[in-house]
Design a protein around this ligand. Structure first.
Ligand code: HEM
Length: 139
């Protein structure tokens, strides 16, 4: 049920225009400190996820943490600048599949739930990340 809903959210979001940006989502995610806890929680979940952990074994995990925090802050309308590589560039050669993408999203959802982020705010963030799906998969 959860994955059906997730697929619907991602499909709808990919078809919709980018939602207007303001900083209310940034506040709902707990600003800089909350976003950092969410990203670190997601990375810990990934470390325990046999479906995708292999992708993260030989990388600079602190850099990834910092770039993800920047990116989520920007997408949530927060006062940040993204200084990382493009989505195409950073996922090139990983041959990521839709299942890999869904697994990462599940780990993100669990991290947000653990931080008591309300479900509408969770879905707003997922809808803002959904347009990046095509830039990440099959590169
Ligand atoms: C919407 C989905 C995703 C977003 C927003 C995202 C975001 C990012 C960002 C911001 C970086 C850092 C770029 C840099 O270092 O400058 C990155 C790198 C990376 N991502 Fe993703 N990512 C997504 C999906 C995935 C998936 C599904 C996987 C694997 C299952 C994945 C694996 C990686 C790995 C391994 C790196 C490090 C690459 C390296 O340092 O060589 N990502 N991603």
């Amino acid at each position: 049920m959860r994955s059906v809903l997730l697929a619907m959210v991602l499909t709808l979001a990919a078809c919709a225009q980018q939602p207007p940006k303001n900083d209310s989502l940034y506040r709902e995610l707990g600003e800089q400190a909350g976003i950092t806890r969410i990203v670190e929680g997601m990375l810990l979940n990934i470390a325990a996820d046999p479906r995708i952990v292999r992708h993260f074994e030989n990388i600079d995990i602190e850099r990834l943490r910092d770039k993800l925090v920047e990116q989520i802050c920007v997408e949530a309308g927060g006062p940040c600048t993204y200084t990382g590589d493009s989505m195409e560039e950073s996922h090139k050669g990983q041959n990521l599949t839709p299942s890999d993408f869904n697994a990462l999203v599940e780990n993100l959802q669990e991290a947000m739930s653990a931080q008591n982020v309300p479900m509408p705010a969770q879905n707003r963030l997922l809808a803002r990340l959904a347009p990046m799906r095509a830039q990440v998969i099959d590169r």
